[in-house]
Design a protein around this ligand. Structure first.
Ligand SMILES: O=C(O)CCC(=O)C(=O)O
Ligand SMILES: [Fe+2]
Length: 341
């Protein structure tokens, strides 16, 4: 067994070699699938190494993301996020407050007191006619100065590559559960997933010192099937342990942090966990007066929006053990998004 990626306060997040599932012997494939499922059933989080996403691709996406965020605010606002149904476009700092609260008044209050210190852009699948992606104009003087020509093609390609990883992780879950490997294929083939580039700007040390509740991203669980999270080397991501304390999910180079979302937990009749996490200032105190910026890229995977999600076979013995009513994916996600924006 590999050394764990995180082992602290009862939270054990395994580090798993995905290539052993993709290209290993039949035994390695099954063993790896079981380890992936076990990680989701216990921690709700795993780290994957040796994935099909090349280190150069990842670096290029991070570079392009930083270039995008360096655009003048007006240019970013020109591609602003509009509605939960579209869920595409730019969100300026303070726009979204991720939280477990669903009461709109309570969220508004929290937003005002301690806004998340972050900005993001959401990119959905291309060719969704009603909801086109909001691409920044790559031809303006500002765009050239920010070096964003190639932004769209980079992100469209990355969206596709991440989509393929989602399909494989769902295959691993199926194998781990003893189901046919292709069990989930028809639920995830459309690629109704959201690529979110995140920028947590540099913050004065005093900001965190003055307000103990200040965070870069508030505690929350994710909504969909799984999230692929690419982090830079800064640190600050924390995951809630079974004892209720936040534990650092320390960056490990060229790994993808993968966590299960609420819809997968529901789909698995709660045999898989959707674990609370948040982003705080980096664990290392800076030399100067500011914490440096942090960049991350989250790829939120979902079942196809049209899919009806009901307890997976094998996760309940009798009908009465089904904890949840079936739900339509698209409706479920829109309802969750409407609560936080
Ligand atoms: O930036 C991160 O490391 C985590 C972001 C996150 O959890 C989210 O956007 O849902
Ligand atoms: Fe998250």
């Amino acid at each position: 067994m590999e050394k764990a990626a995180v082992s602290d306060d009862g939270l054990l997040i395994p580090l798993i070699d995905l290539s052993k599932f993709l290209n290993g012997t039949p035994d390695q494939r099954i063993e790896t699938a079981k380890a992936i499922l076990h990680g989701f059933q216990t921690a709700g989080f795993i780290y994957l190494k040796n994935t099909p996403i090349a280190p150069e691709t990842r670096k290029h996406v991070f570079d392009m993301s930083a270039n995008f965020f360096s655009l003048p605010l007006d240019d970013k606002m020109a591609v602003g996020w509009t509605t939960p149904e579209a869920n595409r476009g730019y969100s300026a700092p303070g726009r979204e407050k991720v939280t477990q609260l669903s009461d709109l008044a309570a969220v508004a209050k929290l937003k005002e007191a301690v806004p998340d210190i972050k900005e993001s852009i959401e990119i959905g699948r291309e060719h969704e006619e009603d909801f086109p992606n909001q691409w920044p104009d790559e031809t303006t003087t500002a765009a050239t100065a920010a070096n964003i020509p190639g932004f769209k093609s980079t992100m469209v390609d990355f969206h596709d590559q991440c989509k393929a990883v989602h399909v494989e992780v769902m295959r691993a879950i199926a194998v781990g559960m003893g189901l046919s490997e292709s069990h989930f294929d028809n639920y995830v083939d459309v690629g109704d997933n959201t690529l979110r580039l995140l920028h947590y700007p540099a913050v004065a040390r005093d900001v965190f010192r003055a307000n103990p509740n200040q965070v870069r991203a508030g505690e929350h669980s994710d909504y969909g099937s799984i999230t692929l999270l690419f982090q830079d080397g800064r640190g600050g991501l924390q995951v809630k342990s079974p004892n209720g304390n936040f534990v650092n999910a320390t960056p490990i180079e060229d790994t993808i942090v993968v966590n299960a979302g609420d819809l997968l937990a529901r789909w698995s009749n709660d045999t898989i966990k959707s674990t609370i996490h948040r982003v705080v200032e980096p664990p290392v105190t800076p030399d100067g007066d500011t914490y440096p910026a942090r960049y991350s890229v989250a790829y939120f995977c979902n079942p196809n929006f049209k899919s009806h999600i009901e307890a997976i076979p094998g996760t309940y013995a009798t009908e009465t053990e089904k904890k949840y009513a079936g739900v339509n994916t698209g409706q479920y996600l829109v309802q969750r998004l409407a609560a936080t924006y």
